[in-house]
Design a protein around this ligand. Structure first.
Ligand code: ADP
Ligand code: ZN
Length: 722
């Protein structure tokens, strides 16, 4: 009899065996529909010897119901899924689900009916809903459901508009091909050092073997152009390429450059795709027709048919680490995928993670260096402003030296960028009368004032309230004081000091869509902006030739959290934002405001001595047994009931294994002891590199049972220590 083992999409269930009915053909990787009790469930046929299951006698097996019309998940992807489940201690079904991330795509191609405005003038009086839809749906084409979300009106309103001739249906083929990028469209003249780097990448694409590269090039060195040559080669060989970017906000400028080089846009993949776009992209990727895919970390699990190259740009970015669901690090998974696919992978950064540098040092990655900026531009001059000597006036945050520099740029018609990694107006609001502080009811965190939207918001859970005009505790009117600065407050200060300057505020609150991001780039490039005030969103990717001054408002902020990577992160962030200055012909200047000019990371930034910083940091990590020399894992226990979380954490602590090479800290309340309404406790495991950390943790936690409301999450190689 023909029986197969299936991974079914229910994290609580193990693999299940089914009978393959006569006339049905399946192979490992086939996506199938199987019966489960009275219901149906989607699953993937898997090699039985790789997935332990329970042996059900042949006579009890139920038949598979259908094979879905998509190519089987390729073997290298199946190996990657197994690896992730094993390494990150995640249910394999949860990992596999990330590969089948478009349910619509599984049902096959076909057509979708989308709608768009006809442009016809409405007759008679418009209801407010229709007026709103007419306004918001300009240039949109999507299904009724998606349009109703965009327009903020009900399906019924839109259907009414279809009947009134205001909206028209368009039949869209969900498998229509994407325009093909042309490797010969606009071939650049590379500098000598770029050419040398590109040649290495191209040779590796040619070879089609696992070759990890660390592309370590200063800001503005033209890293993108070099890896574009490798992409061109892969396209020429009719292979596919995956480019991972840390944030969708960066995608817009990347798309422009890509199109200029290759004459067609790449296929994009991120969480805000419409479901019809998702279906089309998924099918084109699985069929091998989507040549180049640019995506966020979730793109890593797409079922590429003929992958030839992976690029991770800004590879040091911490947003590659996913901190819920399957807790994986996309940078590391990218390297593993390249290994299973036998293809080269390029990790590009001007400020590589220490872990990556260490891999290069150990000879496991090939380091390719671009030491100079492209076109003869020089790196900016970096100076420190000691806030203990140069105090800003009360209630202000810009020291006199920075104010002078801003005035100077404005007079010269050059642009400036002020960086502060804090959204909103002020991080804490309190009552002058009774001392009441606004705190999130769901999290151990202060509410952040957002003056633009007149709200107090929690940056952890999204809880929001309108800013009240009196204190909720003592009832006193007009007594609320904003404490500390956020970017909105800095923008206000600039507007007061330089009333004639055109100021742009750039945060995730203002660049809310790709269109807004494109508009910002357009304005900044056309010099319609004098001063940009922004969060980490503006630290990387952008290239504005007339931007000659960068001011870092508070270099000490990142150091306060005190986690293992605090210094490294501060270094990266400031080096990246500094890298926005002086990219054109005019030289750049960077002013770093700090109260700790003597801190090693600030000294390294000011003297431009990256090697000294990394060397000192490496030694500190070695001493602490921290990555890359030792390994960490966090165990996070949470529940809506404080006592339940505490008890569960104690139970885990009580059965801790005693091993010579392993240290276990906690359980203790997490620094964020309340998050989204859940009380949190943590244990931290520190082990030698050689320890089989996952095996130990599995053996430790697997036998334990907890009440229903308790969640126990394991974070391997954690980035967040809150
Ligand atoms: P990085 O990513 O290393 O910071 P970029 O790739 O953004 O640097 O390059 C900096 C600028 O130099 C960009 O405007 C880019 O278009 C330009 N550039 C780089 N290499 C070339 C080249 N070979 N020919 C023309 N322009 C180039
Ligand atoms: Zn909250």
């Amino acid at each position: 009899m023909n029986r197969v083992r299936c991974l079914v999409f229910n994290a609580a269930l193990g693999p299940l065996d089914y009978r393959v009915p006569d006339g049905m053909a399946v192979e490992p990787g086939s996506v199938v529909v199987a019966p489960l009790g009275p219901r149906q469930i989607v699953g993937v046929v898997w090699e039985a010897e790789r997935l332990p299951g329970t042996e059900v006698p042949d006579s009890k097996l139920r038949p598979l119901l259908a094979v879905l019309p998509v190519p089987p998940l390729p073997a290298p992807l199946r190996r990657l899924i197994e690896w992730c489940a094993d390494y990150y201690l995640a249910p394999i079904a949860s990992v596999a689900r990330m590969a089948l991330s478009s349910t619509a795509a599984l049902r096959g191609g076909g057509t979708v009916t989308e709608y768009r405005l006809t442009g016809r003038e409405p007759t008679g009086r418009l209801t407010p809903q229709r007026a709103q839809a007419l306004d918001l749906l300009i240039d949109q084409q999507a299904t009724i459901r998606e349009l109703s979300e965009i327009a903020g009106v009900s399906d019924g309103v839109l259907r009414g508009m279809v009947n009134a001739g205001l909206l028209e249906p368009v039949l869209v083929d969900s498998d229509r091909p994407y325009p093909a990028p042309d490797p010969r469209h606009a071939v650049p003249d590379l500098s000598d050092q770029q050419r040398e780097a590109a040649a290495k990448f191209v040779a590796a694409v040619e070879e089609h073997a696992f070759r990890p590269f660390l592309l370590d090039g200063v800001t503005g060195s033209g890293k993108t152009e070099t890896y574009f040559e490798a992409i061109a080669r892969a396209i020429g060989k009719r292979q596919q390429v995956l480019v991972l970017l840390p944030e969708i906000a960066l995608t817009e400028s990347f798309l422009k450059r890509f199109e200029a080089r290759f004459g067609a846009a790449p296929v994009t993949w991120h969480s805000s795709l419409k479901s019809s776009e998702r279906r089309r992209a998924w099918r084109a990727i699985a069929g091998g027709d989507a040549r180049v895919v640019v995506g966020a970390r979730s793109a890593l699990f797409l079922p590429f048919a003929r992958l030839g190259l992976i690029v991770v740009d800004e590879a040091h970015e911490i947003s590659f680490k996913q901190d819920d669901g399957v807790r994986y690090n996309a940078r590391d998974v990218a390297v593993m995928r390249a290994r299973f696919e036998s293809v080269p992978v390029i990790l590009a950064s001007a400020t590589p993670a220490l872990e990556s540098l260490q891999m290069a040092e150990a000879g496991r990655y090939e380091r390719v260096v671009l030491p100079d900026r492209f076109g003869g531009a020089s790196l900016p001059d970096i100076a420190v402003v000691d806030l203990r000597e140069q105090q800003p006036p009360r209630g202000r945050w810009l020291a006199p030296a920075l104010v002078e520099a801003l005035k100077d740029r404005l007079e010269k018609g050059e642009q400036s960028l002020l960086f502060l990694n804090r959204r909103g107006y002020a991080p804490l609001t309190l009552c002058r009368n009774c001392g009441y502080r606004f705190q999130c009811p769901n999290c151990s965190a202060w509410l952040v004032e957002h003056r633009l939207s007149r709200r107090l918001a929690c940056h952890h859970c999204g809880h929001e309230v309108p800013t009240p005009d009196k204190c909720p505790e003592c009832g006193e009117p007009d007594c609320l004081v904003a404490c500390g600065p956020g970017v909105e407050r800095i923008a206000d200060e600039v507007a007061e000091i330089l009333p004639e300057a055109r100021v742009a505020l750039v945060t995730s609150d203002t660049l809310t869509s790709p269109a807004k991001a494109a508009e910002f780039v357009e304005q900044a490039s056309n010099k319609a902006i004098d001063v940009i005030v922004g969060t980490q969103l503006v630290t990387k990717g952008y290239h504005f030739p007339d931007l000659t001054l960068v001011g870092v408002i508070d270099a000490d902020m990142g150091l306060e959290g005190g986690d293992l990577r605090a210094a490294e992160r501060t270094y990266q962030q400031i080096a990246q934002v500094a890298g926005r200055a002086g990219r054109g012909e005019k030289p750049g200047e960077v002013l770093i405001q700090t109260r700790h000019p003597e801190a090693p990371v600030i000294e390294a930034l000011a003297s431009g001595d990256r090697d000294a910083f990394y060397a000192a940091e490496t030694e500190a990590r070695r001493d602490a047994g921290a990555p890359p020399f030792g390994r960490w894992a966090a165990i996070i226990v949470s529940s809506e009931e404080e006592a339940e979380a505490r008890e569960a954490a104690r139970a885990i602590g009580g059965t801790r294994p005693e091993l010579p090479d392993m240290m276990i800290l906690g359980p203790a309340p997490a620094p964020l002891s309340l998050l989204r309404g859940r009380y949190r406790y943590r244990l931290l495991v520190n082990a030698r590199r050689s320890t089989e950390l996952q095996r130990v943790i599995r053996a430790w936690l697997d036998p334990l049972r907890f009440p229903q409301g308790v969640r126990v999450a394991v974070d391997i190689d954690p980035y967040s220590f809150v």
